[in-house]
Design a protein around this ligand. Structure first.
Ligand SMILES: *Cc1c(COP(=O)(O)O)cnc(C)c1O
Length: 432
C-alpha cells in the first residue's frame, strides 16, 4: 500500500517509519524532520551487492552515489555494507574520509573539479577519479607528478542514449556538460591522450544515462555501446580497458502507481549483455561499477511537517501551509516531482481532499505538491511527504534563513539523530 515496505500505520492510526510512530517523533524532535528507515536502506544496499555477486560473479563494486544524501552515518552504513562511494565534491570527499570510509572504494566525479579537490583526492588516495575533460586530465597529470603519484582514472563518456524520452532513443546526445562524446571522436582522442599522459593510469570508462529510469533496455544499450567502445579502443589503440562504470539512475516509487523493477533484474539483464558483447568482441570481462543513489535512500526517507494555515480559495484550490518547503525539498519547484502526501496523524482515514501543499518561503512557487490527495487536513495536523530520502536534504538551502531540518534514523521502533537541526547560530556562523 505504501511506497516503501518500511512504512506502516499503527493502532493509533499514525504513520510509522522503521517501527517508529511519526507523531511521537514529532513530539520528540519537533518539525520539520526527516526520518529514514535504517533496515530498508541496508536492505537496498544488500540487494545491489548481492545481485553483483550472483549475477556478475562479484566482479564489481556497487558505489552509493552520495550526492543523493551524504552524511557521516550514510558513509558508515555504506562502509559496513561493503559498498563503494561516489563523491562529486571536496565536501563529499571530506565527509567520506571523516567517516572512515576506505578511500580506495571512493569514485570521484564532477565536470569541474578544482585543483584543490583533485589534490584532496590524490592526498587521500581516492580509488578512481572520473575525468570529465581534457583540461582536467592535464591538470590531474601535473598534480599527480608533483606528488609522485599515479592517478587511477576513468573517462566519462557520453554514450548518446536519451533514457528520458517516452521510448528511449540513441541520439547524438552531445549537448551535455558531462564527459566526452563518442560519435565525434572526442572520446577516442581522450583515450589516446590518457594512455600517453604521465602519472595517469586509465583503468576504465564511465557512463551515466540519467535518473529515475524504470526501463532496463536503455541500460542494456548503454552497456553494449560501452563494450563496443572498449573493443574499438583495443583494436585501434592496442589498450585494454579493465573497468566499466555503468552509472546509476534506477527508478524508485514516488507514487504508489510507480513500478520500479527489482535491482536484481537490472544486474541480471545488464550482465548478460556485458558477457555476450565482451565475448563477441573478444575483450576481457571488465570489472563493473554501478552507482545507485536515489534507489538506495529515496523511498526510505519521509519528511514530516506541522500544518499551519489552511486556506480555502473557493472554486480555485486549498493551500495547506507547512513549516518547511523548498528549503528542505526543492524538487517540486525544480522538476514538478510527484510526491505522495498524507496526514501522519490520520493515516488510516481515507484521502477525501485534494490540496496544494505550500512551504513557508517568500516565494509563490514554493510548493511541495499540487492537487495532492490527502485526508481531511486541519491546522495542527502533521503532514508527511513520502519518498523524500534522496535529493532533498542534500539539496536543502537556508533561503529566508530557515535552518535545515533535523534528520533521524529509525530502526526497530527506536530512533537516533544522525544530523542535528540547524540553529539560528549556525545560520549566522560565517557572517562577519
Ligand atoms: C547522479 C548520479 C548518479 C546517481 O543517480 P541516481 O539517479 O540517484 O541513482 C550516479 N552516477 C552519476 C555519475 C551521477 O551523476
Amino acid at each position: 500500500m505504501f511506497v516503501s515496505d518500511g512504512l506502516g500505520v499503527n493502532e493509533s492510526g499514525h504513520l510509522t517509519v522503521g517501527g517508529c510512530d511519526t507523531v511521537s517523533l514529532a513530539k520528540k524532535y519537533g518539525t520539520p524532520y526527516i526520518c529514514y528507515d535504517e533496515d530498508m536502506i541496508r536492505k537496498n544496499c544488500r540487494e545491489f551487492v548481492k545481485s553483483m555477486e550472483e549475477d556478475y560473479d562479484g566482479n564489481g563494486l556497487v558505489c552509493y552515489a552520495s550526492k543523493a544524501f551524504s552524511c557521516l552515518e550514510m558513509c558508515r552504513i555504506c562502509k559496513e555494507e561493503k559498498m563503494g562511494l561516489d563523491v562529486v565534491s571536496g565536501g563529499e570527499i571530506f565527509t567520506a574520509v571523516k567517516a572512515g570510509f576506505p578511500s580506495e572504494r571512493i569514485c570521484f566525479h564532477g565536470n569541474n573539479k578544482t585543483d584543490d579537490e583533485l589534490t584532496m583526492a590524490l592526498d587521500n588516495n581516492v580509488g578512481r577519479i572520473v575525468v570529465d575533460n581534457v583540461e582536467e586530465l592535464k591538470r590531474l597529470s601535473t598534480l599527480a607528478s608533483k606528488t609522485g603519484k599515479v592517478a587511477k582514472i576513468m573517462l566519462r563518456i557520453k554514450p548518446g542514449i536519451d533514457a528520458h524520452t517516452h521510448s528511449f532513443i540513441r541520439t547524438g546526445q552531445i549537448d551535455s556538460k558531462f564527459g566526452f562524446a563518442l560519435e565525434t571522436g572526442e572520446a577516442m582522442a581522450a583515450v589516446k591522450l590518457a594512455v600517453e599522459t604521465d602519472s595517469i593510469d586509465l583503468c576504465g570508462l564511465h557512463c551515466h544515462i540519467g535518473s529515475q529510469i524504470f526501463d532496463i533496455a536503455p541500460f542494456e544499450l548503454a552497456a553494449k555501446v560501452m563494450i563496443d567502445f572498449i573493443s574499438e579502443i583495443k583494436e585501434t589503440v592496442g589498450y585494454e580497458i579493465r573497468e566499466l562504470n555503468l552509472g546509476g539512475g534506477f527508478g524508485i516509487k514516488y507514487l504508489e502507481s510507480d513500478t520500479p523493477k527489482p535491482f536484481s533484474e537490472y544486474m541480471k539483464r545488464v550482465s548478460v549483455v556485458v558477457k555476450e558483447e565482451a565475448e563477441k568482441k573478444n575483450v576481457k570481462l571488465p570489472f563493473i561499477l554501478i552507482e545507485p543513489g536515489r534507489s538506495v535512500v529515496g523511498a526510505e526517507g519521509v519528511t514530516v511537517y506541522t500544518v499551519g494555515a489552511v486556506k480555502h480559495i473557493p472554486n480555485i484550490r486549498t493551500y495547506v501551509s507547512v513549516d518547511g518547503g523548498m528549503t528542505d525539498n526543492p524538487r517540486y519547484i525544480l522538476y514538478q516531482s510527484d510526491y505522495d502526501v498524507m496526514c501522519a496523524n490520520k493515516a488510516n482515514e481515507p484521502k477525501t481532499e485534494k490540496v496544494t501543499v505550500a512551504g513557508k518561503c517568500c516565494e509563490s512557487g514554493d510548493l511541495i505538491q499540487e492537487n495532492a490527495p490527502i485526508q481531511k487536513v486541519e491546522a495542527g495536523d502533521l503532514l508527511a511527504v513520502l519518498s523524500t530520502g534522496a535529493y532533498n536534504y542534500s539539496m536543502a538551502s537556508n533561503y529566508n534563513r530557515i535552518p535545515r531540518p533535523i534528520v533521524v534514523m529509525a530502526k526497530d521502533g527506536d530512533s537516533r539523530v544522525i544530523i542535528r537541526r540547524e540553529t539560528y547560530e549556525d545560520i549566522t556562523r560565517n557572517d562577519v
